[in-house]
Design a protein around this ligand. Structure first.
Ligand SMILES: Nc1ncnc2c1ncn2[C@@H]1O[C@H](COP(=O)(O)OP(=O)(O)OP(=O)(O)O)[C@@H](O)[C@H]1O
Length: 303
């Protein structure tokens, strides 16, 4: 099958029917999804699921065996430098270790065709003013991640593709990355990030694409996926609650005094009200999300 790249006038990033094999082993199989402008889309998958290979296909570093890539980087007829169309941060350790932070940002401004006067304010925004003269190789992984993100952002691109942007960051750094990503999306950019940890992306992503062994197993609004988490509920009379749930066909399991119900808190509350069962507790289940993710993806412990 022929491989074609396609420009997107609307600024979306994505792939269609993308497949790739390394040495005869399928790594990506018929993968399709879009990351829309103004949204943060997270590609979730266990180690080795194919996320980095997919991002490399989008960046043009790997030529897929079949399928198409959608990216504003392909609409270069305007003559604008690619960095004003799409910004990539695929591997923070790939920044040249011998250059200073300031040189790295200066080089990025030249390649992006933007003024060198952005370097000073950029150093402040990235929180690296004091490290400006330091060599990149002397920075912590977290600092390099911040720098890589800003190199990606320097041309104010219409799309951003970031591989594991919170990797190696502490809680403060992670919050900073999330704020930066969200404000890029709020300014209209299509943001595509990857992670192997659901908790890294659930606070920042609007859209979740889950891949397992190179195949898409779930693609939808984050809220819809989160709603599947179910509800924790407890009542002074657990038997009465069980009867109310069972009568309405609501699947549930009990752990100690609390039931986890495969329904929204609104539906469970309504069921209890109609059955006249006073509740002691009602909340959205949080832990089940990880279980849900695990249930969608294959157990990879045995490789
Ligand atoms: N250049 C390559 N040559 C051969 N196999 C490769 C190559 N690059 C990746 N692979 C294999 O492709 C599969 C997917 O790897 P990839 O790095 O895309 O996964 P990933 O989801 O990004 O994983 P991680 O979260 O560990 O970074 C793995 O089995 C990996 O060993």
């Amino acid at each position: 099958m022929a491989v074609t790249g396609m420009s997107t006038n609307d600024g979306a990033v994505g792939v269609a029917q993308l497949s790739h094999a390394f040495g005869g082993k399928d790594v990506l199989s018929d993968v399709s999804f879009r990351a829309e402008p103004g949204h943060v889309t997270a590609l979730l998958g266990a180690n080795g699921a194919g996320k980095t290979t997919l991002f490399k296909c989008i960046a043009g570093l790997v030529r897929p065996d079949a399928g198409r890539v959608f990216s504003p980087a392909m609409s270069l007829r305007s003559g604008q430098p690619p960095a004003q169309h799409i910004g990539f941060a695929l591997d923070a350790t790939a920044l040249h270790p011998g250059r200073s932070v300031r040189e790295t940002l200066r080089l990025a401004t030249i390649l992006a065709g933007v003024g060198r006067d952005r370097v000073g304010p950029m150093l402040d925004r990235v929180g690296l003013r004091r490290e400006g003269r330091k060599r990149v190789g002397a920075l912590s992984l977290g600092m390099r991640q911040r720098l890589a993100l800003w190199v990606a952002l320097i041309g104010d691109p219409r799309a951003l593709v970031l591989d594991e942007p919170a990797n190696g960051l502490d809680a403060y750094g992670t919050a900073w990355v999330h704020d930066t990503i969200r404000s890029a999306a709020e300014s209209g950019a299509a943001v595509l990030i990857s992670s192997h940890l659901l908790r890294d992306v659930e606070v920042v992503a609007d859209h979740l694409v889950v891949i397992d062994r190179g195949r898409v197993v779930s693609d939808g609004a984050a809220d819809d996926l989160l709603r599947l988490r179910g509800t924790h509920v407890a009542a002074a009379d657990p038997d009465a609650l069980t009867r109310a749930l069972t009568a309405r066909g609501m699947q549930h399991t009990w752990s100690a005094e609390t039931a986890t119900v495969q329904a929204s808190p609104e539906a469970v509350g309504q069921a209890a009200l109609e059955a006249g069962v006073p509740l002691l507790h009602l909340s959205q289940a949080r832990t089940d999300l990880q279980e849900l993710f695990m249930s969608m993806t294959t157990d990879r412990k045995d490789g």
